[in-house]
Design a protein. Structure first.
Length: 585
C-alpha cells in the first residue's frame, strides 16, 4: 500500500509514451496466480448474497454489491493497480495535469462500446456526472463531486477528450475520475425531457433485462426476485480488455448470484459446492470449511487471516425525531452515546461472533488502513459501571418495577434497535448489546427487518425520520483519504445520524471543515495529521458507535482458477479479479 499522494506518482503528467496511441487495456498476469497456458474460456461463476436487490438504476443504487456496480466492474477513466496501489489509466489511455493541479485532461481510449454496441465517448461521462450531481435525483455519489460545496466540473473537449476541473486541489481527484460512465443515449433524453423524476422511474427491478445497457464486463441476463441474478459476458468489453496473450476478457460466460435467506444458508451452499466464493468470518464457519476440505467432502482453498477487515459495523442513533422530543434529546446527547459505547462488549463480539478472529473498532478508519489509524485516539471501552454513572448524570437514577431506568418524570430509558434480517452476525451483535444494556436497566427492543426497508430508513431525511437506532455497516473508502465524502459532511447522503441538512453539533462543523482540509491537502504527512485530528473528534462526538469487524478469510472452490497471489490477497483487493477468473474443471 502506497503512502504517497497520487500527485507524486503522476507528477510526470502523461503516463508513458507507449500509451500515446489508442489500444486495449492489457490485464497484467501478475494480478493472478494462473499461467496463460492454464486459462480456459466459458462456464459460470456462482456467488451469493443474503439481501435482495433494490434497483438496477446506477443513480439510485446505494448498497454494497449492487447490480450496476457489478455490471460496470472496474469501469472508470482510471483504476488502481492492486500490486502497487497506484492509479493507472483504464478507460482513459493517458492524462495530463495542469500546472496548478486543478485540471486533469483525459484522453479516452477509442473503440470502447456499451453492451448495445454504441460507442462510449466523453458525452457519457458528462451526462453521468450531470445526473449524479442533480440533488433531486438522490444519487449516493452526489457528495463525491463537490468540495466545500463547490462542484467538480466535467467538460467534453471532443468525443475522446474529457477535462475534469476541481475547485481546489483534491487528494481524491483520481477516485472521482474512476466513476462509471452510463449511456447518455439511454439516460440523456429522459433527463432532458423529464428531469430527476424521469431518471428515478428508469431501470427498476421490473425492467426487461434486454433494456439494461452495460459499459462493463457483465450485462443482465435475468433476475428472479428472492432467487437469483444471472449476468452474462459482454462481448464488447472483450474488444478492449485483453490478457497478456491478447485473449478477450472476461474468460467466464456467466456470473450467477444466488439470493439466500441468511449467512447460514451461504455457508451451507458453499459446503455443498453450490457456490464458488465465500468469506467465512467466524471460527465455526472456518472450522466447517476446513473440516469439509480435510474429509474430502469439498475441494476448496481457504486463506485464514489474509488481512484485517476493510469495512465497519456500528450502531447509529437517529438525531431527527421531532415526533418524540424525549428520544431526540437523548440521542443527541454525547453523554448518552458514550454510555452506549461503554455497553458494547467488543471483545465478546470478537470472541462470540467472530470466534476470536476480529478487530475492535473505535473510529471510522478501517483496521486494514494501518497508516491512517491514530494510535492515541480516545476509546470508550466496555465498562457497564461507567455507563450507569453517565446515565445517572442524565437523570436516570431509579428503576421501575420491571428493572428499567426511568427519569424524574417516569419516562423509561427504552429504544428500538434494528438490523437487517438474515445477517446472523449483526443479529448476534445486536442481541449481545441488548443483554448488556438490560444489565444496567436500559430496555432495547431488537427488531430484524428487511434490508431494503432498513436502508430506506437510514437514507431518509428531514426532521422526523422513522427509526431509533440501526446496526449496520459500511464498506468502500479510499487509500488516499479514508473518510467518506457522503458520510462526514453535514449535508452528506450518508450523514446517517443527522439528516436535517445542517450541522447540529459544533463538532460536526469541525469534522466538516477538517474533511475539506484533508481532502484538499496533497502532502501525505499533513493529510495524515488532519486524519488523526478527525479521529480524535469522532471519538469525542461518537456520531456512530463502532463495534468490531472480522478478519478477512477468503475461500473458494477449486473449480476456479485466477485468484490473486498471496501478496495482494486482502480485504482491499479481494480474492480475485473476476475478469481473470476461469473455470479449471
Amino acid at each position: 500500500m502506497r503512502k504517497t499522494a497520487f500527485w507524486l506518482m503522476a507528477a510526470a503528467g502523461v503516463l508513458g509514451a507507449s500509451l500515446a496511441q489508442a489500444q486495449a487495456f492489457v490485464w497484467p498476469q501478475k494480478w493472478t496466480t494462473a499461467k496463460l497456458s492454464e486459462v480456459k474460456r466459458g462456464g459460470t461463476l456462482r456467488g451469493s448474497t443474503i439481501s435482495d436487490y433494490r434497483t438496477f438504476n446506477p443513480f439510485l443504487a446505494a448498497e454494497s454489491g449492487n447490480i450496476p456496480s457489478v455490471m460496470c466492474g472496474p469501469g472508470g477513466l482510471v483504476r488502481r493497480d492492486p500490486t502497487t496501489g497506484e492509479w493507472i489509466p483504464y478507460m482513459a489511455e493517458s492524462w495530463t495535469i495542469s500546472p496548478n493541479k486543478l485540471d486533469i485532461t483525459f484522453k479516452i481510449r477509442k473503440g470502447l462500446k456499451f453492451s448495445d454496441g454504441r460507442p462510449i465517448t466523453a458525452d457519457d461521462w458528462v451526462t453521468t456526472w450531470r445526473i449524479h450531481t442533480d440533488k433531486a435525483v438522490g444519487s449516493n455519489s452526489y457528495d463525491s463531486f463537490f468540495i466545500d460545496g463547490k462542484p467538480i466540473v466535467v467538460r467534453k473537449i471532443d468525443d475522446y477528450t474529457l477535462r475534469i476541473s476541481y475547485p481546489k486541489t483534491d487528494a481524491e481527484a483520481f477516485a472521482v475520475a474512476s466513476y462509471c460512465p452510463w449511456p447518455a443515449h439511454v439516460f440523456g433524453p429522459v433527463y432532458q425531457k423529464e428531469g430527476a423524476e424521469g431518471i428515478k422511474k428508469m431501470w427498476t427491478l421490473s425492467e426487461k433485462p434486454e433494456n439494461i445497457v452495460s459499459p462493463g464486463p457483465w450485462v443482465l441476463e435475468s433476475y428472479t426476485p428472492g432467487e437469483r441474478v444471472v449476468l452474462r459476458r459482454n462481448p464488447n468489453f472483450g474488444e478492449w480488455n485483453k490478457d497478456e496473450a491478447g485473449n478477450p476478457l472476461p474468460y467466464l460466460d456467466r456470473y450467477e448470484i444466488r439470493i439466500v435467506k441468511d449467512t447460514n444458508a451461504q455457508l451451507a451452499a458453499f459446503l455443498a459446492g453450490e457456490i464458488d466464493v465465500y468469506a467465512p468470518s467466524t471460527v465455526d464457519q472456518i472450522s466447517q470449511v476446513r473440516q469439509a476440505i480435510q474429509q474430502g467432502r469439498l475441494d476448496a482453498t481457504i486463506k485464514v487471516n489474509a488481512s484485517p477487515v476493510a469495512s465497519s459495523q456500528f450502531i447509529v442513533f437517529n438525531w431527527n425525531k421531532a415526533s418524540d422530543p424525549f428520544k431526540q434529546a437523548l440521542f443527541r446527547s454525547d453523554k448518552f452515546r458514550k454510555a452506549m459505547s461503554h455497553l458494547i462488549n467488543r471483545q465478546a463480539v470478537i470472541d462470540l461472533v467472530y470466534g476470536g478472529l476480529g478487530t475492535p473498532m473505535y473510529t471510522s478508519v478501517y483496521p486494514v488502513l494501518t497508516q491512517w489509524i491514530n494510535p492515541k485516539v480516545p476509546k470508550y471501552e466496555y465498562d457497564p459501571k461507567q455507563a450507569a454513572k453517565l446515565l445517572s448524570e442524565l437523570g436516570f437514577t431509579r428503576k421501575d418495577r420491571e428493572g428499567y431506568l426511568v427519569d424524574s418524570r417516569g419516562r423509561r430509558l427504552e429504544f428500538t434497535l434494528a438490523t437487517n434480517a438474515g445477517n446472523a452476525q449483526r443479529e448476534q451483535m445486536a442481541k449481545l448489546f441488548v443483554d448488556e444494556a438490560k444489565k444496567v436497566g436500559v430496555k432495547v427492543n431488537f427488531t430484524p427487518i428487511d434490508f431494503n426497508t432498513l436502508v430506506g430508513q437510514l437514507l431518509s431525511s428531514g426532521p422526523d425520520r422513522p427509526f431509533d437506532a440501526i446496526l449496520i455497516g459500511l464498506s468502500g473508502g479510499g487509500l488516499d483519504w479514508p473518510f467518506g465524502s457522503n458520510v462526514v459532511p453535514c449535508k452528506g447522503n450518508l450523514h446517517m445520524w443527522n439528516k436535517s441538512g445542517q450541522c447540529l453539533d459544533p463538532r460536526e462543523t469541525q469534522l466538516d471543515a477538517l474533511y475539506s482540509r484533508g481532502r484538499t491537502e496533497l502532502d501525505f504527512k499533513k493529510r495524515q495529521q488532519i486524519g488523526y485530528q478527525m479521529q480524535e473528534i469522532e471519538a469525542q462526538l461518537l456520531p456512530v458507535l463502532y463495534i468490531a469487524g472480522p478478519n478477512y478469510h477468503p475461500a473458494w472452490n477449486n473449480r476456479l482458477g485466477g485468484e490473486h497471489p498471496d501478496a495482494i490477497l486482502s480485504s482491499i483487493w479481494g480474492q480475485r479479479e473476476l475478469e481473470l477468473t476461469f473455470i479449471k474443471k
